[in-house]
Design a protein around this ligand. Structure first.
Ligand code: ADP
Length: 440
């Protein structure tokens, strides 16, 4: 463990620490953020009466719209002169939201990222190839700070320019790589295309996050780059990447949330009531130590479960994979549908990439879903050599196969549109907007 004392704190001590920190945070919000004074007063909450973390459910939620309404700095609890950094979310789901950090917040950010990198297998003295985007997005600089803190040499590659990334992977000999799942797959695929012997690369660990991914993607990246791949999760409102991390020895059992800094709850999407551990609902975070922009019960919109793992190395709670965002859950002809379900089916067709969009419409009254999906680059190369008659034959075969597999596994009929590799637009953070809702 990077910080053994805190990562293995007994639960009763952890609850005491969280309770102490919560009281300080609430006072900071009440005294310095007019939005929170109003929210607590309107909810009839006397923050002096909130002494224990277990009372947290009495407090009001903070929503993404609250950040937009208080754009850019009105939720900050410190004067602007005390900001050390300003980031903005990649805006996958709308206008970017601004987050601010004090020097101490950046210290916390580096601490939780350092813990995460350690859990993923990184050790001081290693080199890390950081392919998260540098810039307003929290990914690049967030991982950078934590890696330096732990004593890694950072190669700040940022996203894109895949050829250069391949050269760096071969020549700079990083031990660790961080990137999004889709980019990890792209790199793996390019290595295969170029005939690069990945067993000769030095890279051993891949830290993958920023968007939902599946076990099939893990397998693609692990075999395609000859690494052990673990999940990193985070969001800019809570701090950035490093809110939680999967341990390399505990793959598939969930990601540890650094609970001494971020207190998680799962609440019902509709009633907003807290749910017991193990049940699926919306993930909500209270930041316990953040100074510049502390958040009370921030509604992430991410759907998952929480559980304590009696066999885990650490005492902190784990979160399961993100199923999707609450606003991403589609109800199509009575069937609840997350795009990740379609993704799993796409992965069963070897020529198709996990780069897709679900386009929802309702022209004739009933909701309809069309899956727009890209070919894998190897399939694309082959496609480009075919006559137009054979191209359309290949597309029809792929369409029929995917459509049938979706019907068989999910139970819904969906139209399928096969598109060229790279045709679906990505946002600045490299993410793809999975759902396009055209319903009237
Ligand atoms: P946005 O994408 O909303 O502009 P961020 O860049 O802060 O803002 O992204 C945070 C969101 O990205 C999370 O709320 C979550 O939906 C998604 N995300 C981040 N890491 C992961 C992960 N490991 N697995 C699934 N989803 C993730």
């Amino acid at each position: 463990m990077y910080n053994k004392e805190l990562e293995s704190l007994p639960l009763d001590k952890l609850r005491n620490l969280q309770s102490d920190r919560l009281q300080i945070m609430l006072r900071r919000q009440y005294e310095h953020v007019p939005f929170y004074k109003k929210a607590f007063d309107e909810a009839g909450v006397d923050i002096k009466q909130i002494k224990r973390i277990e009372d947290i459910h009495k407090l009001p939620f903070t929503l993404k719209t609250d950040l937009r309404d208080n754009y850019p700095y009105h939720l900050s609890a410190v004067p602007e002169s005390q900001f050390s950094r300003i980031h903005a979310s990649s805006g996958t789901t709308g206008r970017p939201t601004v987050v601010t950090y004090t020097k101490n917040d950046l210290e916390v950010f580096s601490e939780v990222v350092a813990r995460s990198l350690y859990a993923a297998g990184a050790r001081p003295g290693m080199k890390i190839h950081n392919a998260y985007g540098y810039g307003l997005f929290t990914g690049g600089l967030g991982v950078h700070g934590g890696a330096e803190k732990m004593g890694l040499a950072v190669i700040p590659v940022s996203g894109g320019m895949t050829e250069r990334q391949l050269t760096i992977l071969q020549d700079f000999k990083p031990d660790v790589i961080t990137c999004t799942p889709s980019y990890g797959q792209t790199l793996a695929e390019k290595c295969r295309e170029r005939g690069i012997d990945v067993t000769k690369l030095n890279v051993k660990y891949a830290i993958i996050g920023a968007e939902p991914w599946t076990e099939a993607v893990r397998k693609d990246i692990e075999t395609g780059l000859d690494v052990q791949a673990t999940n990193i999760y985070g969001l800019s409102e809570v701090i950035g990447p490093g809110v939680s991390q999967e341990d390399v020895d505990e793959k598939g059992t969930g990601s540890y949330i650094w609970e001494d800094h971020f207190y998680p709850e799962i609440v019902d999407k509709d009633t907003k009531e807290p749910l017991p551990y193990g049940e699926e609902g919306v993930l909500v975070f209270t930041t316990l130590t953040k100074e510049a922009m502390p958040f009370c019960r921030y509604w992430t919109n991410d759907i998952c479960t929480l559980h304590y793992d009696p066999n885990g190395k650490r005492t902190h709670i784990k979160m399961g994979d993100i199923k999707g965002r609450a606003d991403d859950m589609l109800i199509i002809r009575g069937v609840n549908l997350f795009h990740t379900q379609v993704e799993s089916v796409i992965e069963s067709v070897s020529d198709l990439a996990a780069q897709y969009q679900l386009i929802v419409s309702n022209d004739g009254g009933m909701d309809k879903v069309k899956v727009k999906v890209e070919m894998k680059s190897a399939c694309q190369d082959n496609y480009n050599t075919l006559s137009s008659a054979r191209q359309s034959k290949l597309c029809t075969e792929l369409q029929q196969k995917l459509s049938k597999n979706i019907k068989d596994t999910i139970g819904l009929s969906m139209a399928v549109d096969i598109v060229n590799c790279g045709d679906i637009p990505r946002s600045a953070g490299g993410k793809l907007n999975r759902i396009v809702d055209e319903r009237k």
